[in-house]
Design a protein around this ligand. Structure first.
Ligand code: NAI
Ligand code: MG
Length: 400
């Protein structure tokens, strides 16, 4: 269900989860509220503390609400590293239940000012990890007899094909000015011949449908080194679930680290936005978590709603792929999954336009806040979570 006029609100399920999720998600909600757009926020429970209270990490009512809303804003959950009977990470469950098969993790989502702030790179590293989100080693098929533990690594042609298509469509839609769009297929097919082999051949077959996009491939260990040594060689990386999880943490370094990295989990019908970071127990409750990853998620969410609010007739395959380097609120051409190009609505009064404009304002405000030196300790500053959120809100509302 999508809000199609200013009178029907966008319904957003808010799942702060555990730890700093409870600090950064409220900050992102305040930012969304400050846009004045029609939102209805539905808070719900999920996570470890929810499990401790109710015996389930993902209550049935939370899952039902997740199916019904326009989008989900998720924080983080504190999953223990040892097996607990009956516990399963709710984020993994949500990704599978809602078939959120594409996890889009851009490095520059937060702001191009971040590298300058943290002194990591003089030029902006602009790459996106497209992580398959429903299978691989996260398929949840593990057994152990106490002596031998076995995890099934499920790779299907269907999931490999659709995630590869997302990556190639995204590479097209990004239209990075620096050079030709490129998709790098990351795998370990020299060892995992069957599972990574199927992923690799499927992705490279999809590549043949995109002659305008350079396709190459890297073994995952080599990709990890190159992400450190030569990050500018990448544009879009497409890979399996676990590799994508690991590589996106590495890649987040170039955007300012985990405190800055936002992500979108997209399926054909549902969308969930979450910071890449976890519950950060080492800083939880101290009020110093960087809220910019979560606020970056708010910008991604707005763009998603903006696309949903455009004319559905022109989007036969449902919503579009998040384009992480959206121009700052400009009207623009958007490509849908079938490759059809259409223009985002140009009437300033339209709800869709307003979503894009506010996404741009949020990003500009994040940059301005960092440029003013207002940042949390992870970026070398002394500001608190709320200081950063308030500075972003002040800056974005000044832009109107
Ligand atoms: P983490 O991302 O929670 O923290 C790693 C390091 O980055 C910590 O030093 C933390 O303080 C710092 N950090 C993370 N986000 C930050 C922010 N916004 N501002 C400032 N510093 C930040 O990963 P870790 O420590 O490996 O896992 C902690 C818990 O979180 C575990 O229980 C794990 O299962 C869970 N987790 C949950 C995820 C999710 O819900 N999607 C993802 C990753 C971990
Ligand atoms: Mg991770």
């Amino acid at each position: 269900m999508t809000a199609s006029s200013a009178t029907s609100a966008f319904r957003i399920l808010v799942l702060p989860g555990d730890g700093i999720g409870r600090e950064v998600v409220p900050a992102a909600v305040r930012v969304l509220q400050a846009t004045g757009l029609p939102f209805e926020f539905l808070p719900a429970e999920a996570g470890w503390e929810c499990f401790e209270r109710h015996g389930t990490a993902l209550p049935a009512e939370t899952l039902a609400a997740a199916h019904a809303v326009d989008a989900i804003l998720f924080g983080a959950v504190a999953s223990p590293s040892h097996p607990i009977a009956g516990y399963r990470s709710p984020i993994l469950a949500l990704r599978r239940e809602l078939d959120l098969y594409a996890n889009i993790r851009p490095t520059t989502e937060a702001t191009s000012a971040a590298p300058a702030v943290v002194g990591r790179r003089s030029s902006v590293i602009d790459l996106v990890v497209v992580r398959e989100n429903t299978e691989g080693l996260y398929a949840g098929q593990e057994t152990s007899d106490g002596e031998t533990a076995v995890a099934k690594r499920i790779i299907t042609r269907r999931a490999s094909e659709r995630i590869a298509r997302v990556a190639f469509e995204l590479a097209r839609a990004r239209r990075t000015p620096r050079d030709l769009p490129r998709v790098t297929v990351v795998h370990k097919a020299n060892v995992l011949r069957e599972t990574c082999g199927l992923f690799r051949t499927t992705a490279l077959r999809v590549a043949e449908e995109y002659p305008d996009i350079t396709a190459d491939e890297l073994l995952v260990d080599s990709a990890a080194l190159q992400l450190v040594q030569r990050p500018e060689r990448f544009d879009v990386i497409v890979t399996t679930n676990l590799f994508g999880d690991i590589l996106s943490d590495v890649a987040s370094y170039w955007g300012g680290g985990l405190g800055m990295a936002a992500s979108a989990n997209l399926g054909d019908r549902h969308a969930l936005f979450e910071p890449v970071h976890g519950a950060a127990p080492d800083i939880a409750g101290k009020g110093i978590a960087n809220p910019l990853a979560a606020i970056g998620c708010a910008a991604l969410l707005l763009e998603h709603l903006g696309r949903r609010a455009t004319d559905d007739d022109r989007r036969p395959n449902g919503h579009d792929i998040a384009c992480p380097d959206e121009r700052q609120g400009d009207k623009q051409m958007i490509k849908n999954r079938t490759g059809t190009l259409y223009r985002a609505p140009t009437t300033d009064s339209s709800l869709s336009d307003a979503c894009f404009v506010w996404a741009g304002r949020i990003r500009a405000a994040m940059r301005a806040t960092l440029a003013d030196g207002i940042c949390t300790p992870d970026l070398g500053g002394s500001a608190r979570t709320d200081d950063v959120a308030e500075a972003v809100i002040a800056s974005m509302t000044k832009q109107t």
